[in-house]
Design a protein around this ligand. Sequence first.
Ligand code: CP
Length: 308
Amino acid sequence: LQHLLTIEGLPRDVVTHILDTASSFVSIGDREVKKVPLMRGKSVFNLFFENSTRTRTTFEIASKRLSADVINLNISASSTSKGESLLDTIDNLAAMHADMFVVRHAQSGAPYLIAKHLNDIGQPHVHVVNAGDGRHAHPTQGLLDMYTIRHYKKDFSNLTVAIVGDILHSRVARSDIHALTTLGVPEIRAIGPRTLLPSGLEQMGVRVFTDINEGLKGVDVIIMLRLQNERMSGALLPSAQEFFKSYGLTTERLALARPDAIVMHPGPMNRGVEIESAVADGSQAVILPQVTFGIAVRMAVMSILAGN
Ligand code: CP
């Protein structure tokens, strides 16, 4: 692997290798992540052109656990606010001997543009990790979601996984669907209002439900998504109350799933909009373990890209 830009098209053995490598970084107890010298002397630049809590922080922790030097560019205080273009910024950071760029951007495709540009300027050895681009992809979130499912369910071959909410604007949903398909999950369901379901889901092998009570019946895994208002036009925007009434995950609705079903959410979570607090904080929720697993998964991705 030179870059991680999307999960789409990644072979199953590569996805499994990333998950296995992540496991090797986790010590007994699932919380301790070993510090290893695999990226000593390498410089990782975190370039977050869009806000983040979990992804940016866990990439920073992961870089430090790999013994890399990590530089968090403060975009609002950088010269992009003086009109410097994205690619000029990249040229300058590459001149500082960057080894890896971790990129989040509101525009779908921005990490691809950077990867191509690095090649064009004779810096093809610099790696790019997509940390979320527009509504397109969020591959490390997809991978940490797969790690979480494997941790709790052991095997992908008998699972029914439901993704619920604003799937249209969700890069997480897209990455999860590709990863679940690659790993052989037999039933993937998308649940949401017609206006928030993209076309083409059925062609990807996904069963579509507009009735959440039907869609949740017998599922093993529920992945809740927030309304991504920042990517919607006002006309499509449902009110928080309307959405919760029709699609919010409540204790009553969770009871339609299998008794051992797990509840996931990539965050940020909006309580009372897509999920009830009693469910978010309940015994079936694995939302915070997802965040913890994200450290080991990001360590795995970076160390594999760096050639380990
Ligand atoms: N899941 C996720 O990408 O969260 P952040 O936006 O906080 O990074």
